[in-house]
Design a protein around this ligand. Structure first.
Ligand SMILES: C=C(O[C@@H]1C=C(C(=O)O)C=C[C@H]1O)C(=O)O
Length: 351
């Protein structure tokens, strides 16, 4: 076991907060180990540390750099072998009924798009952070892989393909990600009009939300990208912020994006809270480095991701969170299947 994972084990034994993470296509894993068990919240966006924000609250747990030890280690997977086990419980709940209700609300002009999610429970035979994290890295090297623990927040793991915001001084980058297809034997992915429109809605939402805080804004052409065994459509949005203070404003106006909530945001959010039937907690929140890059120790760099393809571990059960965008043309069975495909991302890691 390496120093980083010895530190993880000691922190677990002492019930102290920590996060380990590896950024997309990085050869390194960073560990932040808080020296006390206090739950800090982000009060001012100029602080340096790791944020772990929920879907629906402005109270944001934070691991401040000043109270943490930082470890950076080279990734090494050579000894990690695992089986692909397909005997999963698919979880049956009221998801499809909620989709029918959402489509009705869209047709009644309550909102244009809403993201409906569900939680699937999976019993764990044995759980080991090092093994899970390394399996995740090996499977999804181009995702943001993480494991976050705080005694007052819980234990969360994920491999998210979705950037919320990346900034380097006044330069920024974000993405509009939507549309989902399973990677089968298809060589060329063909997107339907519904999927193309849905992704365009996300792009428009993002551009509209941030345009007042930017002085330069570029939108790329949409591209097909692979996230594990799923394809998505992605548009890159980049440019320059008007000022350093704009980081806070941009985060607040982006989150939750229409890729995880809907459009218009407030009515979609209200529908989610009233109808999903469970609390999303940190799923579809955001997480990552704030005002510091822990590998280079450069300040004024932030790198934040949307908390998707994630799970929470409670005793010996993993709660996997998955959702998908609903528009007027949505078919409940297809949407359910989409969530099943997305759940595979995390099941591959814990099976
Ligand atoms: C909501 C999720 O994913 C989001 C919704 C997508 C969709 O509706 O097709 C695609 C990518 C993500 O932006 C999730 O993975 O739980």
């Amino acid at each position: 076991m390496t120093d980083l994972f010895i530190k993880v084990r000691t922190h677990q034994e002492q019930n102290l907060p920590f996060v380990i993470f590896s950024k997309p296509d990085s050869s390194k894993t960073v560990g932040l180990f808080q020296k006390n068990d206090h739950l800090y919240f982000l009060e001012k966006f100029d602080k340096k540390g790791f944020v772990f924000a929920p879907f629906d609250s402005e109270i944001i747990p934070f691991l401040p750099l000043q109270f943490c030890d930082v470890y950076v280690e080279k990734n090494n997977f050579s000894t990690y072998f695992f089986e692909d086990n397909n005997s999963f419980n698919l979880g049956n709940d009221h998801f499809e009924e909620t989709v029918v209700k959402a489509v009705d609300s869209i047709k009644n002009k309550k909102f244009e798009k809403v993201v409906i999610s569900r939680r699937e429970l999976f019993e764990l035979k044995n759980f080991d952070i090092e093994l899970f994290f390394k399996k995740s890295l090996q499977n999804y090297p181009s995702a943001f892989n993480y494991c976050f623990y705080h005694p007052k927040v819980g234990l969360w793991l994920g491999a998210t393909p979705e950037q919320l915001l990346k900034t380097k001084e006044s330069n920024f980058e974000t993405v509009a990600l939507a549309g989902t297809q399973k990677v089968d034997s298809i060589e060329k992915v063909v997107w339907t009009e519904k999927e193309i429109n849905e992704q365009q809605l996300v792009t428009d939402f993002i551009v509209e939300s941030i345009k007042d805080f930017t002085k330069e804004l570029n939108v790329s052409n949409p591209k097909t990208v692979k996230a594990g065994s799923i394809f998505h459509i992605k548009t890159k949005i980049s440019g320059k912020l008007k000022s350093k203070k704009a980081v806070e404003k941009v985060i607040k106006s982006l989150h939750p994006t229409s890729a995880v909530c809907g459009m218009p945001r407030e009515s979609a959010k209200e529908f989610i809270i009233q109808n999903e039937g469970y609390n999303r907690e940190y799923y579809s929140g955001f997480l990552g480095e704030l005002n510091i890059d822990f590998t280079s120790f450069r300040t004024q760099h932030s790198d934040l991701y949307v908390n998707l393809r994630c799970l929470k571990i409670v005793e010996n059960t993993a709660q996997i969170f998955v959702g998908c965008g609903i528009t007027a043309e949505s078919n409940p069975k297809d949407e359910y299947l989409e969530t099943v495909n997305k759940a595979m991302t995390m099941k591959k890691i814990i099976a």
